[in-house]
Design a binder for this molecule. Sequence first.
Ligand code: BES
Ligand code: MN
Ligand code: ZN
Length: 499
Amino acid sequence: MKVSALGRPLSEVVADAVVVAAHSDDAKPPAPLRRLDQKLGGALVQMLEAEKFQAKPGYVTHLHTAGRLRADRLVVVGLGPRDGVTPEHVRRAAAAGVRRARDLGARRVALDCFGERLAVRQRAHALAEAAMLATYTFERYKREKSDKVVDEVLVVAADPQDPRGAAEGVRTGTIFGAATNFARDLVNGPANDVHPTRLAEVAGEIARDGGLGLRVYERAECEKLGMGAFLGVSAGSLQPPKFIHLTYAPSGRARKRVVVVGKGVTFDAGGLDLKTADGMLRMKDDMAGGAAVLAIMRALPALKPRVEVHGLIAATENMPSGSAIRPGDVLRAMNGTTIEIGNTDAEGRLTLADALAYAAKHIEPDEAIDVATLTGAVGAALGPLCAGLFANDERLAERLVTAASMTGERLWRLPLVDDYREYLRSDVADINNVARGVGGGAINAAVFLREFVGGMRWAHLDIAATAFTEKEGPLQPKGATGVMVRTLLAYLTADAESR
Ligand code: BES
Ligand code: MN
Ligand code: ZN
């Protein structure tokens, strides 16, 4: 899908559909609608009145223009009260409008740059992003593809105060949307195709296309580095593990160095502590953190933040077999810590342990952020629409929460409870990989990870419950969500930099 900005009056735009917005507290339709209504001989206002259109968020209606406009269809979306409009309102209204236009058969859709309370650039970003997110489909494995496809979106804005704003907003919004959809494709992809080797190939393509640095460590090299925890997870799988390290360096001096680690378990059967059939069904999504990291690294060359960014993925499967690690085994992580395996299904933290230790030892960043489908427990705590955040640094936590609030992705801080470290005590090793008989599973996992971060400022995002949805949402169909791609891009490109 192509998205571009257009500096023309709405009534002159040639398209299959034009999407405009109305507010629930306006006594009469806003100026852009009235101008269109004149051309339509009053048909628009007549329809809105006849339907008692309320213009609440999520409400959509449309009419066919019968040749009286240069666009064949006019779609009206509700934006709610004029004063309360947020970027998320704009995104959801745009999403509803583009979807309606698509379902009516439109291929070329014009969006009025609505949401006047916000800066043009911010609006245009939200509109372009939402159009990309809401029309996402995953049809690679289907013979029959949907016949209703939007292939061009125009964001219509002519603001003399900010002539570049719309174009720049459309540009960044499109990048954010495409990055999220790129992650969705990888997560929706089945584990028989999206295996560690494939993730490494994708990293190779991203590095080549974007001029990024890339190092992929094979099993033998990981052994030399001392990654016993990561390799332990891999021991039961026929798929070779890959430790992926991508590097983006800005052209000038970097203001800071950030590591982003993504959990890359391409299939989590649980290992010898095998999952149930139901529990295993969706476990191709256990690399959603890794997919987010690849999507972010792919987007950075176009966004050009003045930050050095390292993307790490310890990619592996977690399978049961005669060569798999056993409950009771002891592994040695790269930082020397010995880990007793209390449960082979708590494998994500083992892969992250070595990735975090690698970052602390070989990259020494100003901050490290990991993204991981780590625990079912985070879903019990926060449900399906809110990711969990843990951090050992207040300002890092605050800045991530701020970034999330701008993108509309929900993120809620949970505590690293020092006293829970004792639940992870092992009789034979430095630490056990699971806490026995206590609740707070998401916290216990985060407390485990903290053993491996050394002196780094660090944040951990648990996306186990938010990475995949069984229900269509306002900005996406069922399936992979691409969660945290936009929040992390917003974080890395935020203006107020350094520390
Ligand atoms: N990949 C799972 C976490 C998960 C659960 C992701 C549900 C998505 C949906 C993780 O590796 C896992 O199995 N965690 C266990 C940990 C337990 C054994 C301590 C869990 O959450 O049950
Ligand atoms: Mn597991
Ligand atoms: Zn897992």
